[in-house]
Design a protein around this ligand. Structure first.
Ligand SMILES: [Zn+2]
Length: 604
C-alpha cells in the first residue's frame, strides 16, 4: 500500500472517525450487545450477518468473510484507493487534508469514469447557472416558477437549463479538454451517423441532474418547456459506464439521513413526484428512474430501512407497478405499505391540488398495509354481487391471509372478511386452514429473518478441530494483548498448523516488534493481504474472556504443538495397517514400537 500521507494524519483520521458512523452511511445497523449488526453490503442477504465492533473499530461479515476497518470498508465498497478513502474519512471528521486525490492537471491520467462524472458535475453547475442567472434561461425559469417550483427547490435539486443549441455542450467540453468520443460514451453527446460529427444530446430543456447513491452526478433528465413535434417530453441519459438505471435511486443521497431518522422511506415512480414530495415536507422521498423497481434497488433500500411506503400513480399501470414493487420489497425483508390516492391522481397532481398537509395526513399516514392493498387489488375487475366471482375473491384473499405469519394479523383480516360478506369466522377459519395444508404452508423465512436481527451468527459454534480452535483463540488474545503475543512468540514461534494462521501471527509479531500497542484497526491497515484481513477480522470478532488464564494458555499451546505429533502417529498407524495387510508382520511390529515411542514422547 503506498501511503504518501503522513502517519500522524492517518492516525488523526483513525482516532476521529467512528466505524459505526462510517458504515451507517451505507447500512442500517442495530445494536446487539457490544456489536452492531446489519445486512452485508458486499453480498446479497436477508439475514443480518454483518457485524461492526465499535470497540475494535472493525467490521466482519460472517456470511461472505468481508472484513476490515473504516479505510478498507470504503475502499472495498466504493472502489476507492487508500488516499481517496482517507480523504473521504478526513472530510467526515473535518480534518484538513491536503493530498490532492485528483489533481486538476492530470485530467487525462484519471479513469474514464472519473472524467465522465467530472463532465457531468461541471455541466450540472453550468446548466444551473444558465437557468438562474442568464437571459437565455429566463423562459425556462419562469416556466418552473409557474409550475410551482420555488427558487429554493430549484437550488436544492440543482435544476438547470440547456441552451437550444447543437454544439454548445460539445464546445464547452472540448474547451475543457474532454474527449468527445468519451463524452459520447458518457451519454452527453450524440454522434451523427452520416459524417461522424458530434452534437449535443440535450437542447433547450430544463435539466434535472441525477446522482448515484453517493451523490455524484451521473446522468440528466431533460424536460421540454413546450411540446415540440417529434420530440419526447422527457429525454434521459442512456445507460453508460457510470449510469445504471436499475441501480440508481433518485434523491437517495439527500434522503438517506431523513430515511434513517424517520425509519421510513417513501418510494415514488419518478423524480418529479420526489421533488413535489420534498416540497411537501417529505424529505425521505426517493424514486426509481421511471422503470420498475429492481431487486438491486430493493436490496439497497432494505440495507437502509425496513419500512417502505409505496406511493405510485393511482391509475391501472401504477397499481400494477405498486403491487409488483411491494412483492419485491417484501421478498427482501421490507415491511410495505401502499399509499392510495383517488383514482387518476399522481402524487405530483395530488400535492398541487390538495395541498401538502392533506398529502402527508391522508395519503402517507393513511397508507394501507400490504394485505389491505392486496384485498383491494384482488377485487379489481370482479363483480362481487355475482356469487361465483365473490367466492373466487374470498378464496384469493384467504390464500393471501394464509401466507401471513402473525396469528393476530390473520385473525384481523379474517374478521374483516367475515363482516363484509357475512360469513361466519369459523367457516373462514376452516377454509383458510384447508388452503394452508394444501399449499404445504411454507415456513416463512423472511419473517424469521425480519424479527431476528438479534440472531447470533452461527460461526462461534462452528465445529472445528481442537487444534484449529486453539490457534484461533490464541490469535484472538494476541491481537488484544501484547504480552500474550510475546509469550506465544517464545512458546510456539511460527509453528502454527494452519498456513493462514502462520502468516497472520508473523504479522502480529512484526507489528509489536515495531513498537505498536494493540490496535486492531491499525493492524488491519498494515496487512497488505486482503484474505488475511478477512481472517483477522473474523478472529477478532470471537467472543473471548477478558483475561487468558495460565491454564488455558498452556492448554491451547499444547494443542497447537501436539497436533503434528498426532498426525505423525496417525500416519504410522496407517503404515502399520498396510504392513499387516501385506502380512509383513515384522515390519508391522517395528512400526508398533515406533508408535509406542511417539505416544510416550507426547506425554512427556
Ligand atoms: Zn457479506
Amino acid at each position: 500500500m503506498t501511503n504518501r500521507i503522513p502517519d500522524e494524519v492517518i492516525d488523526r483520521i483513525r482516532h476521529s472517525v467512528d466505524i459505526v458512523d462510517v458504515i451507517s452511511d451505507y447500512v442500517q445497523l442495530k445494536k446487539q450487545g457490544r456489536n452492531y449488526f446489519g445486512l452485508c453490503p458486499f453480498h446479497g442477504e436477508s439475514t443480518p450477518s454483518f457485524s461492526v465492533s465499535p470497540e475494535k473499530q472493525i467490521y466482519h461479515c460472517f456470511g461472505c468473510g468481508a472484513g476490515g476497518n473504516s479505510f478498507s470498508f470504503l475502499m472495498e465498497l466504493e472502489g476507492l484507493s487508500f488516499v481517496e478513502a482517507a480523504q473521504q474519512l478526513a472530510d467526515k471528521a473535518d480534518i484538513p487534508f491536503e493530498h490532492d486525490v485528483q489533481p486538476e492537471t492530470s485530467l487525462n491520467e484519471n479513469k474514464p469514469t472519473t472524467r465522465m462524472v467530472e463532465a457531468h458535475e461541471l455541466l450540472k453547475k453550468f446548466y444551473h447557472h444558465l437557468l438562474v442567472n442568464t437571459k437565455e434561461g429566463q423562459q425556462a425559469y419562469d416556466y418552473l416558477i409557474e409550475r410551482g417550483f420555488s427558487r429554493e427547490t430549484i437550488d436544492e435539486f440543482e435544476i438547470g437549463f440547456s441552451l437550444d443549441s447543437w454544439e454548445f455542450m460539445t464546445k464547452f467540453l472540448t474547451k475543457r479538454g474532454f474527449q468527445l468520443t468519451e463524452m459520447e460514451k458518457a451519454g452527453l453527446l450524440v454522434k451523427r451517423a452520416k459524417d461522424g460529427a458530434f452534437f449535443d444530446r440535450f437542447r433547450g430543456r430544463v435539466m434535472f441532474p441525477i446522482a448515484d447513491l453517493q451523490g455524484k452526478t451521473v446522468a440528466f433528465s431533460g424536460r421540454l418547456i413546450e411540446n415540440i413535434e417529434g420530440q419526447p417530453k422527457y429525454l434521459n441519459s442512456p445507460e453508460t459506464a457510470i449510469f445504471n438505471k436499475g441501480k440508481t435511486i433518485y434523491n437517495f443521497h439527500r434522503a438517506k439521513k431523513h430515511i434513517r431518522k424517520n425509519q421510513q422511506v417513501l418510494l415514488f415512480e419518478g423524480f418529479a413526484d420526489v421533488i413535489s414530495a420534498v416540497k411537501a415536507e417529505c424529505p425521505n422521498a426517493i424514486a426509481t428512474m421511471g422503470t420498475a423497481l429492481t431487486d438491486e434497488q430493493a436490496k439497497i433500500i432494505r440495507r437502509n430501512v425496513e419500512s417502505v411506503v409505496i406511493c405510485y400513480d393511482s391509475d391501472h399501470a401504477g397499481i400494477e407497478a405498486a403491487y409488483k414493487a411491494a412483492n419485491i420489497l417484501t421478498s427482501v425483508g421490507c415491511t410495505v405499505k401502499v399509499a392510495v390516492m383517488p383514482q387518476g391522481y399522481d402524487p405530483d397532481d395530488y400535492i398541487k391540488e390538495q395541498g401538502p398537509e392533506r398529502f402527508r395526513n391522508e395519503v402517507i399516514d393513511g397508507s394501507l398495509t400490504f394485505m389491505s392493498f392486496k384485498m383491494r387489488y384482488l377485487r379489481r375487475g370482479k363483480n362481487l354481487q355475482n356469487e361465483a366471482e365473490r367466492m373466487k375473491y374470498i378464496e384469493d384473499v384467504l390464500k393471501e391471509i394464509s401466507q401471513l405469519t402473525k396469528a393476530v394479523e390473520q385473525e384481523h383480516y379474517l374478521r374483516q372478511l367475515s363482516q363484509e360478506f357475512s360469513i361466519s369466522l369459523d367457516a373462514l377459519q376452516q377454509q383458510k386452514n384447508q388452503i394452508s395444508s394444501l399449499s404445504g404452508k411454507k415456513k416463512d423465512n423472511d419473517a424469521w429473518n425480519r424479527n431476528n436481527i438479534a440472531r447470533q451468527p452461527s460461526f462461534q459454534t462452528r465445529l472445528l478441530p481442537a487444534y484449529q480452535n486453539a490457534e484461533r483463540l490464541l490469535i484472538a488474545y494476541m491481537l488484544k494483548d501484547k504480552d500474550v503475543a510475546i509469550r506465544i512468540q517464545e512458546l510456539i514461534q511460527g509453528n502454527f498448523n494452519i498456513e493462514e494462521h502462520r502468516a497472520l501471527v508473523m504479522y502480529i509479531y512484526a507489528f509489536y516488534e515495531e513498537g505498536y500497542e494493540p490496535n486492531l484497526s491499525l493492524f488491519m491497515e498494515k496487512l497488505v493481504d486482503g484474505k488475511l484481513g478477512r481472517l483477522a477480522s473474523e478472529i477478532a470478532m470471537l467472543s473471548i474472556n477478558e483475561e487468558l488464564s495460565e491454564q488455558a494458555l498452556h492448554d491451547y499451546v499444547q494443542q497447537v504443538l501436539i497436533h503434528p505429533k498426532l498426525l505423525k502417529i496417525k500416519e504410522k498407524e496407517t503404515e502399520k495397517q498396510e504392513a499387516e495387510r501385506q502380512k509383513d508382520y515384522l515390519k508391522a511390529a517395528s512400526i508398533a514400537m515406533e508408535i509406542i515411542q511417539l505416544k510416550k514422547a507426547l506425554k512427556s
